[in-house]
Design a protein around this ligand. Structure first.
Ligand code: SF4
Ligand code: SF4
Length: 300
């Protein structure tokens, strides 16, 4: 592996109050190892940062907000941070990082995937956040893909900056995957939404196009995990080939960050702006002007 990887994706904890049906983290193949204590985590984190030259950190889990004190200390070690949360525990307003709250579909769909009450709890917690200080992450699955037209209502009701949409990444045969013709139909629907409801979807039209099945091979070849990103489990073991580990499906990758990078690397300026906004420097928050110039190369 090329040692320089400016992007680090970290499983901060193996704990999570939910057990979502489409989760790639809790599988029957690889049990999640126990968490390191804070001191041990920070020690290994600094080693990983210095070994790979990591400048941008993406905090996932489990539920990273369960270890809030550690999260704050860990984020202080990087110029740029972003956090993904299910929103089922209160979300502080002073994190100084890009914030993605996962909502998969209307209440019935979201709760069927994530558990009874998960939707209302996340909505209540988001209501405490300043408008446009966070983005939504919606992973389209076979269960949720028919609700694309509902997404503008979701953005309006949450006051989010917009939605980072992706497709469920799962092994071939995973019934939640949206593949082939159905994927292409969904892309058509997303493009219609992009045209008719500007501001709902954060991806540019160019990036949305790249979710089409005919680009999967190209996306897999240029994926950030080939030479820019490295993903660690809670014990700092590198996850191969990417954070999805054994659920990685390069034949139909739907990772929204990978897609945004592919569009950006193809010259799409809007995707550059999106990545800057979602993974801001510590003093720059979503909804405020992003930094530019040399710093662009440091972003996710
Ligand atoms: S919130 Fe995330 S980590 Fe927790 S069970 Fe759901 S998908 Fe998995
Ligand atoms: S599944 Fe993982 S390794 Fe494969 S293209 Fe997607 S992010 Fe990259």
């Amino acid at each position: 592996m090329n040692q320089t990887r400016p992007i680090g994706i970290f499983d901060l904890t193996g704990e999570c109050p939910l057990r979502c049906r489409h989760c790639y983290f809790y599988t029957d193949v690889s049990p999640v190892p126990p968490d390191l204590d804070d001191e041990g985590f920070l020690l290994k984190l600094e080693q990983a940062r210095d070994t790979y030259g990591i400048r941008s950190a993406f905090w996932i889990g489990g539920e990273p907000l369960l270890r809030l004190d550690l999260l704050r200390e860990a984020m202080a070690l990087f110029p740029r941070n972003a956090i993904a949360t299910s929103g089922v525990i209160p979300v502080p307003t002073d994190l100084g990082a890009g914030l993605l709250v996962s909502i998969d579909g209307p209440r019935e769909v979201h709760d069927a995937l994530r558990g009874e009450g998960a939707f209302d709890t996340a909505m209540r917690n988001m209501a405490e956040l300043p408008a446009q200080s966070f983005a939504l992450a919606t992973t389209l699955t076979a269960e949720s893909v028919e609700y694309i037209s509902w997404l503008p209502e979701l953005v309006a009701s949450t006051r989010a900056l917009g939605i980072l949409v992706g497709f469920h990444v799962g092994r071939p045969g995973d019934p939640s995957r949206v593949d082939g013709h159905r994927r292409d139909q969904a892309v058509d629907e997303l493009l219609r939404l992009h045209r008719d409801f500007p501001g709902t979807l954060l991806h540019s039209r160019n990036a949305i196009e790249l979710f089409r099945s005919r680009y999967s091979e190209e996306i897999a070849k240029t994926c950030i995990y080939k030479d820019k990103a490295v993903s660690f489990d809670v014990n700092f073991k590198i996850k191969e080939p990417c954070t999805f580990a054994e659920n990685a499906s390069c034949d139909a990758c739907g990772c929204p960050v990978v897609i945004a990078h592919a569009a950006r690397d193809g010259g799409d300026e809007a995707s550059e702006g999106l990545l800057q906004a979602l993974f801001p420097r510590r003093e720059t928050m979503i909804g405020q002007p992003a930094v530019s110039g040399d710093e662009a190369s440091l972003s996710l």
